[in-house]
Design a protein around this ligand. Structure first.
Ligand SMILES: *[C@@H]1O[C@H](CO)[C@@H](O)[C@H](O)[C@H]1NC(C)=O
Ligand SMILES: *[C@@H]1O[C@H](CO)[C@@H](O)[C@H](O)[C@H]1NC(C)=O
Ligand SMILES: *[C@@H]1O[C@H](CO)[C@@H](O)[C@H](O)[C@H]1NC(C)=O
Ligand SMILES: *[C@@H]1O[C@H](CO)[C@@H](O)[C@H](O)[C@H]1NC(C)=O
Ligand SMILES: *[C@@H]1O[C@H](CO)[C@@H](O)[C@H](O)[C@H]1NC(C)=O
Ligand SMILES: *[C@@H]1O[C@H](CO)[C@@H](O)[C@H](O)[C@H]1NC(C)=O
Ligand SMILES: *[C@@H]1O[C@H](CO)[C@@H](O)[C@H](O)[C@H]1NC(C)=O
Ligand SMILES: *[C@@H]1O[C@H](CO)[C@@H](O)[C@H](O)[C@H]1NC(C)=O
Ligand SMILES: CC(=O)N[C@H]1CO[C@H](CO)[C@@H](O)[C@@H]1O
Length: 869
């Protein structure tokens, strides 16, 4: 595995077009046990150091750069040009001085690198040889490389650079294999032979010119060594999103920013779009589409660390029922366990746990508990099966010499399961089942799976080798790779931990997902803290331990948007904040925002004041109940989006620019977001605010509550100040869309029996379209097995119709349409008919909303609703 760091500079920003770079990352390296430090070559040549500030590529990304260390790498040491007429280079570490962002130590324009030869066309694209004759400054250059370029689909180009002479570790995640070049790709690739560089351009018929997406002809910093890989490109835009989980706004700063990631699995692929949502669809085509969540997992969930007993857990659930606040899932954090031991519960304080779970099930609700990977090795022999059984089959991670890696987590000293080992998966399933026989849980919340360790490496430290001490250590917390985790030279079934570190969480997700499917025979819910590209196939994610702060509430929006880019759409932050103490106002606003997280859960830390909705004033409880009932009414729309995500890879929650990719104003908006293409959410993110400035991209938008049209397709987007009293979340529906809804209740089990509805938001030309995917919400692979119903809705002028595209859903007979709200009906209708019979309706001439109610139209056959003036 290799550490990719992204150092970039704003080079050119062409027109209003943006390019979407989603994890176009390389990895492929084998670590050798012996590190031989080779003398750095490249000092003899005449340096060409006249390089402009904005194309200076950092030659010393580590800490502690000095002029002599820099020049020992054959690099240039100069003040930034922008700092004026200084001729003497600075004497101390470059970054501390004025104009601090521009590196002092950078590659000269004639730095020795690879050259390309024997470039040939092949069935799949191109192949060629890359060679260098002088060494770079990191040990173990791979002097001969192969370049393969695959024209995989019209929108997917894949290039791979690898060791010409030996097989190196590659992450065992399946990606599509393509052996035949597509005839008319939507892109072109060209090469420079000496020094080697590569350029990818997307053909853009609209603009009549081709847009360069990736171009390495900018610096000679390309390196491929045993433990360090670097490739540099000109960025076509200053709008860069994605690239791993970071606590910041949505848009990245490009001023020599380092984003540290460990091991990426996928050979570099450039996904070409052109639309941003298509980029995600293309990306998930490679990494795998998101899983289809059980319907109940889209309801509201409640958790805290420190209920302290099953009685207290039960009381909270009962208070929620009494208050009529929707809740589908009750969760427990680690305090339910006996001495923090996995697959046990505290027989004293949580003696009533199985009754709590039974009561939840009797009320159509579900139960989820936390599990950590660390398994205690300190229990008396014969008293703790998870350890004894795991040890006997070799389920745990060891050092190269075969002895167990022992760390320290909640239960004290622990060992770590190696989830990449098939025997470990079998053992994990058996332990999960043995516990399930006692406590009938429905989902698993897997935490601490980086894997986390309270001591660095192991209780005995780590061996001294080139895995533990690579020539380049990325900017990781603690400054060494084993900080807060296990020794990276430890052994796992797939490979050395060094290579598979970032896959630990995902391997546990796979094991847990498969265990749940096996034990329950139903759709699994796994929520994981650590994730990797492809994790979305197995479960969802919560954004970790946030604090009860207004700023953290805002950061949760970029957080959920990013995870939608990563193909892990079932995501949310801890509503009302995890750490610290919330205020009623913050919690009320956060419940409003959180009602629109794909994964909606209120969770609190040990020792903090209660923050479940029932612990606040009646007014706060009411607004929380109201907004959650709105969420529940919109679940058919959300579920349909999840279906689309599962099948095509499109995002569930979207930034505005995904729908309005030509609107530059929209590029920076991370305080509002969309559900799919159609529903705009504009939360209040500031204390004491009673209004919100919301951006409306150029289109027709209607107020969700009243149906009032707020904008009528203006030529450009506009900012509008909206009223936002404490009990209101602003929601707007986009013209031209139809959203399927369902009368809500306080659990999805109950609401699923109710009648459906439609929100029809007419475009300025009086048309609208929408669709509904429905199944039983819990059976595995309903789409794959055809056990679902899929229908389309359309409205033109004064008529709404439906078309059933597919019906394999066994309970389709029970589905009835009960009501419809139509936005943008310009005149008072005189009569409305539904399937040919007179229907009850009201019309509000001020808001131009027509409401048709009290219908019972079977949905498995075509529906028609018409009105006359
Ligand atoms: C753009 O790319 C297309 C497809 O590779 C190519 O046919 C065309 O000549 C290019 N146009 C320009 C202006 O470079
Ligand atoms: C590569 O960059 C150099 C220096 O800017 C330039 O002279 C050359 O034309 C470029 N080559 C290509 C093929 O773009
Ligand atoms: C990046 O650098 C530019 C030019 O020096 C500066 O205007 C801008 O504020 C910087 N951006 C950030 C986020 O630091
Ligand atoms: C069990 O509950 C009692 C009473 O609330 C509390 O004092 C005790 O610390 C709890 N035990 C554990 C192991 O948390
Ligand atoms: C195995 O290696 C670890 C790490 O270097 C060391 O602490 C341990 O003592 C070794 N065990 C044996 C049996 O040699
Ligand atoms: C909100 O109002 C309270 C009470 O007036 C005040 O103490 C607090 O500072 C205000 N907060 C902000 C961010 O203005
Ligand atoms: C939920 O369903 C129950 C039982 O059908 C009913 O009594 C209750 O009023 C419903 N609640 C809501 C909020 O619709
Ligand atoms: C509307 O529905 C009714 C009942 O299904 C059907 O008889 C009628 O033909 C439909 N009308 C149109 C215009 O489709
Ligand atoms: C997604 C996110 O913002 N996570 C943050 C929550 O808060 C903690 C503590 O402040 C941060 O470390 C996380 O990054």
């Amino acid at each position: 595995a290799v550490f990719w760091e992204c150092s970039s500079s704003v080079f050119s920003m062409k027109s209003s077009h943006s390019c979407y770079i989603i994890a176009t990352i390389v990895r492929m390296s084998r670590c050798l046990a012996l590190v031989v430090f080779l003398l750095v070559a490249g000092r003899a040549h005449t340096q060409q150091c006249n390089v402009d500030d904005n194309v200076r590529f950092d030659c010393f990304p580590e800490d502690g750069v000095t002029q002599s260390k820099c020049e020992a790498r054959g690099c240039c040491w100069r003040l930034p040009k922008s700092s004026g007429n200084h001729t003497t280079p600075p004497r101390r570490g470059g970054r501390l001085l004025p104009t601090q962002d521009v590196p002092y130590c950078f590659y000269p324009s004639d730095y020795p690198t690879y050259s390309l030869s024997n470039l040939k066309e092949t069935d799949y694209g191109y192949t060629g040889d890359l060679r260098r004759s002088t060494h770079s400054y990191y040990p173990k250059d791979i002097m001969q490389l192969k370049l393969d370029v695959y024209f995989e689909t019209n929108t997917r180009l894949h290039f791979k650079i690898y060791d010409a002479n030996s097989q190196r570790y590659e992450v065992p995640i399946e990606t599509p294999k393509v052996t035949k070049k597509v005839p008319r790709p939507n892109y072109e690739v060209d090469f420079v032979h000496e020094p080697f560089s590569l350029r990818v351009a997307r053909f853009d018929s609209g603009q009549g010119m081709n847009e360069t997406l990736f171009n390495t002809n900018i610096t000679r910093s390309f390196m491929f060594t045993d433990q360090f890989i670097q490739i540099s490109s000109i960025l076509p835009t200053s709008y860069i999103y994605g690239l791993g989980e970071h606590r910041a706004g949505f848009l990245h700063s490009l001023n020599w920013t380092r984003l540290t990631m460990w091991a990426r699995d996928i050979p570099p692929v450039v996904f070409l779009g052109p639309s941003p949502d298509q980029v995600i669809q293309q990306y998930t085509e490679v990494i795998g589409r998101p899983f289809m969540p059980p319907y109940w997992s889209l309801g509201f969930h409640l958790c805290r660390w420190g209920y302290g007993s099953s009685d207290k857990t039960q009381q909270v659930v009962e208070k929620m029922r009494k208050a009529g606040i929707p809740q589908d899932g009750q969760w427990n954090d680690i305090d339910y366990m006996d001495k923090h031991l996995d697959w046990t519960y505290d027989k004293t304080n949580f003696s009533g746990l199985s009754d709590v779970v039974k009561d939840l099930h009797d009320h159509g609700q579900h139960y989820v508990n936390i599990i950590d990977p660390g398994i205690s090795n300190q229990q008396p022999k014969g008293s703790y099966a998870p350890y004894d059984d795991g040890l006997s089959i070799g389920a745990f991670i060891t050092f190269a010499n075969g002895s167990l890696v022992k760390g320290q987590v909640w239960p004290g000293e622990t060992v770590y399961p190696d989830f990449t080992n098939p025997v470990t998966k079998v053992w994990w399933t058996a332990e999960a089942k043995a516990y399930h026989d006692k406590i009938n849980y429905d989902g698993l919340w897997i935490d601490m799976n980086e894997p986390s360790n309270f001591v660095d490496g192991s209780i005995l430290g780590c061996p001294d080798n080139s895995y533990e001490h690579p020539p380049y250590t990325p900017d990781v917390l603690g400054d060494k790779l084993s900080a807060f985790t296990v020794c990276v030279s430890a052994k796992q079934y797939w490979s050395t931990h060094y290579n598979v570190h970032n896959l630990y969480g995902m391997s546990e997700m796979i094991a847990s997902h498969d265990a749940l499917a096996n034990i329950r025979g139903k759709r699994p819910l796994v929520i994981s803290r650590s994730t990797f590209p492809s994790s979305g196939k197995y479960g969802g994610h919560w954004l970790g331990d946030n604090n009860s702060l207004w700023k953290d509430m805002w950061y949760s929006i970029p957080g959920i948007l990013n995870f939608n880019l990563f193909g892990i759409p079932l995501v949310g932050a801890d509503i009302c904040g995890f750490g610290g103490t919330t205020t009623e106002e913050l919690c009320q606003r956060w419940q409003q925002l959180g009602a629109f997280y794909p994964f909606s859960r209120n969770h609190n830390t040990l020792g903090s004041k209660d923050q479940d909705p029932t612990s606040f004033s009646p007014a706060m409880q009411k607004s929380t109940r109201d907004i959650l009932l709105i969420r529940y009414s919109l679940l058919p729309y959300l579920y349909t989006l999840f279906h689309k995500g599962h099948v095509t890879g499109s995002t569930i929650v979207r930034p505005l620019f995904f729908e309005f990719s030509m609107d530059q104003e929209a590029f920076t908006i991370d305080r509002q977001f969309l559900w799919g293409s159609s529903l705009l959410i504009s939360p209040v993110l500031e204390e004491n605010a009673t209004s919100v400035n919301a951006y409306f991209p150029a289109d027709t938008w209607y107020d969700f509550y009243t149906g009032t049209r707020v904008t009528s397709q203006p030529s450009k987007g506009k900012m509008i100040t909206l009223d936002a009293p404490l009990d209101k979340l602003n929601l707007h529906v986009r013209g031209g869309r139809i959203l399927p809804t369902q009368d809500p209740n306080t659990t999805t089990t109950a609401s699923r029996n109710n009648k459906y509805g439609l929100i029809v938001a007419m475009s300025m030309g009086s048309v609208a379209n929408g669709e509904l995917f429905w199944d039983d919400g819990d059976t595995l692979s309903t789409y794959e097995n055809g056990k679902y119903i899929f229908m389309k809705f359309s409205a033109v002028d004064n008529k709404i119709t439906s078309t059933v595209i597919k019906n394999g859903y066994p309970y389709a007979d029970k589905m009835e349409l009960g009501s419809t709200r139509v936005f943008g009906v310009a005149k008072q209708p005189t009569s409305v008919s539904a399937n040919g019979k007179a229907a009850t309706f009201t019309y509000d001439s001020k808001t131009q909303m027509l409401t048709v109610s009290d219908m019972s139209l079977p949905m498995k056959v075509p529906i028609n609703i018409t009105w006359k003036y």
